[in-house]
Design a protein around this ligand. Structure first.
Ligand code: NI
Length: 237
């Protein structure tokens, strides 16, 4: 997410929180036109290994219809061929992050190779979307001890292993069994079954009063100030 968007979001969220204190619960429009009231149930859907033509597009359509925001951790070498999709993610208020250039395990390669994997993806994102902070989800959730890539690191607390079952109903069920306010949910938008599962999860949890926000918004709404180099598994920090 570009810095400008972050500050617009924070100002708007602050306005919402202030409005809540003053009026006792009315929501004001937040970034992207969605309403994000304070003190509600929030979760973050995150999608790794894309973008992928077809599946990511279908997901973006579904999220848009439902007014849900998500976070996409992109593989650098797939960005250029899918530039329009990535631009659309940003335009529609989703957070965009880095999942390395070629999906390398960062604790299994030399430190300068790891730095390259991250920097090359960051450069591709900056070329397409402009300067900003692109948070990192390391493949397999691991970085070498002491490695600092200069941005917050995002892990997850709900993992339905969607790549294994490739069954939308099972994946949705596994998420619904574990999700709670503050959850960061791991899915992969390269599988049609995971896209279908994600939309089922949004439908069900929205009925239960949940709001789908980006990871950055989730942390902010929980009063957590993100720090570079720190790994976040839930919205509670
Ligand atoms: Ni991955």
């Amino acid at each position: 997410m570009a810095k400008k968007n972050v500050s617009i979001f924070m100002l708007t969220a602050l306005a919402v929180l202030t409005a809540q204190c003053l009026t006792g619960g009315e929501a004001a429009p937040a970034d992207g036109g969605a309403e994000i009231p304070a003190g509600e149930k929030y979760v973050a859907l995150t999608f790794d290994d894309g973008p992928r033509r077809g599946t990511t597009e279908r997901l973006l359509d579904g999220l848009k219809e439902r007014g849900a925001k998500a976070t996409f951790f992109l593989i650098g070498q797939q960005i250029e061929d899918n530039a329009a999709l990535v631009a659309r993610m940003a335009e529609e208020g989703h957070q965009i992050g880095n999942h390395t250039w070629s999906h390398q395990r960062l604790d299994g390669i030399l430190p300068d190779e790891a730095a390259q994997e991250v920097a090359r993806t960051e450069a591709a994102l900056e070329a397409l979307l402009g300067g900003g902070e692109y948070w990192l989800r390391p493949p397999y959730g691991q970085v070498a001890e002491g490695a600092d890539f200069g941005v917050p690191l995002v892990k997850w607390c709900v993992d339905p292993r969607d790549w294994e079952s490739r069954d939308a109903g099972k994946v949705a069920q596994a998420v619904l069994e574990c999700a709670e306010p503050g959850s960061i949910i791991l899915l992969h938008d390269i599988y049609p079954t995971s896209v279908e599962a994600a939309l089922q999860v949004v439908d069900r949890l929205q009925e239960e009063g949940y709001w789908f926000v980006t990871v950055e918004e989730l942390l902010w709404l929980n009063g957590v100030k993100p720090e570079a180099g720190r790994m976040y598994r839930t919205g509670r920090g």
